[in-house]
Design a protein around this ligand. Structure first.
Ligand SMILES: NC(=O)C1=CN([C@@H]2O[C@H](COP(=O)(O)OP(=O)(O)OC[C@H]3O[C@@H](n4cnc5c(N)ncnc54)[C@H](OP(=O)(O)O)[C@@H]3O)[C@@H](O)[C@H]2O)C=CC1
Ligand SMILES: O=C1O[C@H](COP(=O)(O)O)[C@@H](O)[C@H](O)[C@H]1O
Length: 511
C-alpha cells in the first residue's frame, strides 16, 4: 500500500466488535464507504470480541444495527445485504495472548479467500486498557509487520490515547519499541474527520482576508464550545473513570483550539500539517496551581425536570466526583497569540448539542455612532459552526436605514447546506478511508499526544491531590455552573449563546 493508494485487498479487524462504537459509528461508516465503492475491491471485516456469536448471528445483528444507525436516505436493503456478507466474526478474549495463536490462522484464511494481500487494518475499539496489550500480542504472532508492497499492517487506536502523560509515553513506547512504526499507527480523533473542522483550514488558508487580522493585534478572545444535550448514555463504566477532561477536552476541544491557532503549514501533507499542530500544543502556557484553581471550572449534572443526576446513572459511583462539564481559560505563549485568551467549554446534559468556535475581534478604538436597539456593535464576531447547521457567520455593524446615524449588528451567513448535500456526518468514514489510503494527515502524531498530556496532566494530578477542589453541580438541561459564567466575565464578556448565534438556521435549544 503506497501512500494515497487503495490496496486491492484488505481485511479490517475490529477489536471490540460487540461494542457501542462499532455499532453506532464504525459499521455505518464502513457501509457508507462500501455503498459509494470506496472500499478495496476485495474486502472483508473480521469482528473480534469475547461475546460468543457465529458468523451468521453477528451478521444478523449488524444488519439490524445498520437499519437503526444509518440515515434513512442511505438505507439500501440490497447493498446492506451484500455489505453484511463481507462480515465475519471471531470470538476471542483480546487480553489473552494465547488466543492470538488461533486468530492468526483465521485471519490468514480469510485473507486467502479474498485475495491474499495480507493487508490488515486493526481497529482498536476496546476499553483503553487493552490499547497497549493488543499490539504486543499481535506482534507475538507476527501480525504486526508490514512486508513491503504486500502485507501492510496498520493500526487505528481510539481515544483516549493514554490516561495521563506517563501512560501516553508508555503506550507510545509499546508501539514503537515492540510492535508498530509511527507510519503504521493511526491515532484517531473523529473531530478531525468532520468536514466543517477541516474547513477551518480552508477558511484560514484559502483566503487572504482573514489571515492579516488573525492574531493578537485584532483578536480579543476566542471561544470554543462543544456541548451535548444527552447524558452519558450507557457508558457509565467508561465515563466515570475518564471524565470530561479526558473524554472531550484533551482531544476534541484542544484540536479545535489548535486548528484555530496554528500557523499555515508549508504544504498540505502529513508532516507539515502535524508539525504546526504540535507547535501549538507545545506553546500552550503551562498551568500553574493558581490557574487550575481560578481558570478551570468543573461541574457535574444534577437531577432536574425528569432528568437523572449523573450520580444516578448506571455504572456511576453514587458519590462520584467525575466532571461532566468543564470550562477553562487557556493561553498560548507565542508571537501570534500572546495575551489572547481562549475560553473553552464542554458538557453533557446541556440545553442543546452544538459545536462552534467564536472569534471575537477587538472593538473599534472609538465609538463614533449611536447604538440602535441598545446594543453597541463595536466588535466583529466570526462564528464557525461545526455542527449542526454547519456554517460560518460574520457579524458586523451597519447603519440603520433612515434618519440619524444609528448602527446595529447584522450578520453575513454562509450555510454549508447551500453547497448541496455534504457529507457532514461521516467523519469516521473519511478517517477510515484515509487510513486505507495510508494518509495520516488527519490523525494525531505521537508528539502532539504527548504535548497535550503534558499540558493537562498537572490538572488531573491537582484534582487527585486536592479532592476538596470545587466540583460545581448544575441542573441537567442548563448551560453549566454559574462559576463558568464568572470565568468569562473576567474578560468583561459572557459566553455567546449558540441558540442565537446563527440567523438563517434553527437550532433546537431547550431553554
Ligand atoms: N462509543 C463512542 O461513542 C466512542 C468510543 N470511543 C472509544 O472507543 C472504545 C470503545 O468504546 P465503546 O464501544 O463505547 O465501548 P463498549 O464498552 O461499548 O465496547 C467495548 C468492546 O470491547 C470488548 N472487550 C474486549 N475485551 C474486553 C475487556 N477485557 N473488557 C471489556 N470489554 C472488552 C467488548 O466486547 P466483549 O465484552 O464481547 O468482549 C466490546 O465489544 C473506548 O476506548 C472509547 O473510549 C471513542 C469515541 C466515541
Ligand atoms: O469522543 C466522543 O465524542 C462524542 C461527541 O462527538 P460528536 O461528534 O457527537 O460531537 C461524545 O459524546 C463522547 O462522550 C466522546 O467520547
Amino acid at each position: 500500500m503506497d501512500v494515497k493508494m487503495k490496496p486491492q485487498s484488505l481485511v479490517m479487524v475490529i477489536f471490540g466488535a460487540s461494542g457501542d462504537l462499532t455499532r453506532r459509528k464504525l459499521i455505518p461508516a464502513l457501509y457508507l464507504l462500501y455503498k459509494h465503492n470506496r472500499l478495496p475491491e476485495n474486502f472483508a471485516i473480521l469482528g473480534v470480541a469475547r461475546t460468543a456469536f457465529t458468523d451468521d448471528e453477528f451478521r444478523e445483528r449488524i444488519h439490524l444495527q445498520l437499519l437503526r444507525f444509518v440515515k434513512p436516505e442511505d438505507v439500501n436493503e440490497e447493498k446492506i445485504r451484500s455489505f453484511v456478507s463481507l462480515i465475519n466474526y471471531f470470538p476471542m478474549d483480546p487480553a489473552d495472548p494465547d488466543e492470538y495463536l488461533r486468530l492468526q490462522p483465521r485471519l490468514l484464511k480469510l485473507d486467502q479467500m479474498i485475495g491474499n494481500g495480507e493487508n490488515y487494518i486493526y481497529y482498536l475499539a476496546t476499553p483503553p486498557s487493552l490499547y497497549g496489550v493488543i499490539p504486543q500480542y499481535l506482534k507475538n504472532v507476527g501480525l504486526n509487520l508490514s512486508k513491503g508492497p504486500k502485507g501492510n499492517k496498520r493500526i487505528i487506536v481510539e481515544k483516549p490515547f493514554g490516561y495521563d502523560l506517563e501512560s501516553a509515553l508508555e503506550l507510545n513506547n509499546i508501539y514503537y519499541k515492540d510492535a508498530f512504526r509511527e507510519d503504521q499507527i493511526f491515532r484517531i480523533d473523529h473531530y478531525l474527520g468532520k468536514e466543517t473542522v477541516q474547513n477551518i483550514l480552508a477558511l484560514r488558508f484559502a483566503n487572504t482576508v482573514f489571515e492579516p487580522v488573525w492574531n493578537r493585534n485584532y483578536i480579543d478572545y476566542v471561544e470554543v464550545t462543544a456541548v451535548e444535550n444527552m447524558g452519558i448514555e450507557q457508558r457509565g463504566g467508561y465515563f466515570d473513570d475518564a471524565g470530561t477532561l479526558r473524554d472531550m477536552v484533551q482531544n476534541h476541544l484542544i484540536q479545535l483550539v489548535a486548528l484555530t491557532a496554528m500557523e499555515p503549514p508549508t504544504a498540505f501533507n502529513p508532516d507539515s500539517f502535524r508539525d504546526e499542530l504540535a507547535k501549538v500544543y507545545q506553546s500552550l502556557t503551562p498551568l500553574t496551581e493558581k490557574d487550575i484553581n481560578q481558570h478551570i471550572i468543573r461541574g457535574q449534572y444534577t437531577a432536574s425536570e425528569g432528568r437523572k443526576a449523573y450520580r444516578e446513572e448506571k455504572d456511576v459511583a453514587p458519590d462520584s466526583r467525575t466532571e461532566t462539564f468543564l470550562a477553562m481559560k487557556l493561553s498560548i505563549s507565542n508571537w501570534r497569540w500572546s495575551g489572547v485568551p481562549f475560553y473553552i467549554r464542554t458538557g453533557k446534559q446541556m440545553p442543546t448539542k452544538v459545536s462552534e468556535i467564536v472569534v471575537h475581534f477587538k472593538p473599534t478604538p472609538f465609538p463614533l455612532f449611536n447604538c440602535a436597539e441598545r446594543t453597541c456593535p463595536t466588535a466583529n464576531l466570526l462564528i464557525i459552526r461545526i455542527q449542526p447547521n454547519e456554517g460560518i457567520v460574520l457579524k458586523f455593524g451597519l447603519k440603520v436605514p433612515g434618519s440619524g446615524f444609528d448602527v446595529k449588528q447584522v450578520a453575513m451567513d454562509f450555510s454549508y447546506s447551500s453547497l448541496g448535500p455534504i457529507p457532514t456526518e461521516d467523519a469516521y468514514a473519511r478517517l477510515i478511508e484515509d487510513c486505507i489510503l495510508g494518509d495520516s494527515t488527519l490523525f494525531t502524531r505521537s508528539d502532539a499526544v504527548e504535548a497535550c498530556w503534558k499540558y493537562f496532566t498537572p490538572v488531573l494530578e491537582y484534582w487527585k491531590n486536592h479532592p476538596e477542589s470545587p466540583l460545581y453541580g448544575y441542573p441537567a438541561g442548563t448551560w453549566g455552573p454559574r462559576e463558568a459564567d464568572m470565568l468569562i466575565q473576567e474578560q468583561n464578556a459572557e459566553w455567546s449563546n449558540p441558540c442565537k448565534n446563527l440567523t438563517n438556521t434553527e437550532l433546537y435549544c431547550e431553554l
